[in-house]
Design a protein around this ligand. Sequence first.
Ligand code: C5P
Length: 414
Amino acid sequence: MTARKILLIVGGGVAAFKCLDLVRRLKERGVETTAVLTEAAQAFVTPLSMGALSGGAVHTELLSLTAEREMGHIELSRSADLVVVAPATADLMAKMAHGLADDLASTLLLATDKPVLIAPAMNVRMWTHAATQRNLAQLRRDGVLVAGPDEGAMACGEFGPGRLVEVDALADAVEAALRAPGTTASGPLVGRRALVTSGPTHEPIDPVRYIANRSSGRQGVAVAEALAALGAEVTFVTGPAEASAPKGVAAIHAVETAQQMRDAVIGALDAGPAHDIAVFAAAVADWRADLAAGAKIKKQKGASAPALTLVENPDILAEVAARSAAQRPALVIGFAAETDNVAANARAKRKRKGCDWLVANDVSAASGVMGGDMNEVLLITETGEDAWSRASKTAVGERLAARIAEHLAAGTGS
Ligand code: C5P
């Protein structure tokens, strides 16, 4: 197999140093890197260390006569199979969204005819700012793939979305993008877009405590991987799960709460080309604390325990299923974790939620499904029911993906 090549554009952010690790891990996976450091990136990473790790060329200036003689910037922009921007700063994203070309990095991004994957990383306020979100939506419409950002504590002391996606997950996203449509993908779902939610959500009580559930995220990851393996372009929205990121999936949104999951799902559905499939495998918390305290709630001697008032979270599956045909994926699939009367409850739930299919599973303690590796499901469609025998979550994901592919190929009810 010929070596796969990326052109890595490193933006100027605290997370830039993680790109050294990314380059090393990609090399282990047989992916070669040519790097470009923006001027700001050079405050965090030196061309020397990048060159030592990548073993390849490192470019830093637009008008380097020697470099232009050897390889012009247009040629450089097309010399790899994929262009990766990591960390993608707010500034780089803005330049990309508006087509600016005032330095080497932005010029390459405007000149390239190769797929582009960005891994945003910035302060949480910069990330949530309307301008950045507008630019993000524009980039998605332009076909740019997006990995992350993750949510968590930031170098600036704040907490929230904006951290560079974990290096391993980013390396997976790079590999997925190298296999994405337009490169070498094949399979019955090529040209189809699928959105998958996964994992639990965490609903804060105060900055250190939260309400959660036992979902590991393994079933959601298995579904996402299986859909990607059949050629689908998958958007993966995950709560804080222990399962590692799905292989073959470039667009990963990591969220914490149900409300954030809802916003990420709606944002992804509304940005870019329509999704054909949506699979809601996340174990979304039904309730959240009415008012999450801004500071840690202190135990006070003699005082009674604080009362927790819960309010209902948005039902993401029901909201998406209820959208108009033009705004809704053609096939919307829910999951139902039941502890008793699985079939009857699941049938009722499919109707109540308005989804097309429902995958019901028994999560009673005796089943060992929640947090385990195995699953035993009952698939309920518009036209019938199918009890699948106990199998690994990977096998259940593959079977579901195959069934989806069959259904879409038939173009009618299942
Ligand atoms: O009502 P219940 O939680 O059992 O429904 C499960 C299904 O609904 C799953 O597909 C889950 O991902 C989805 N769900 C959701 N938003 C919620 C609750 C559940 O998308 N707030």
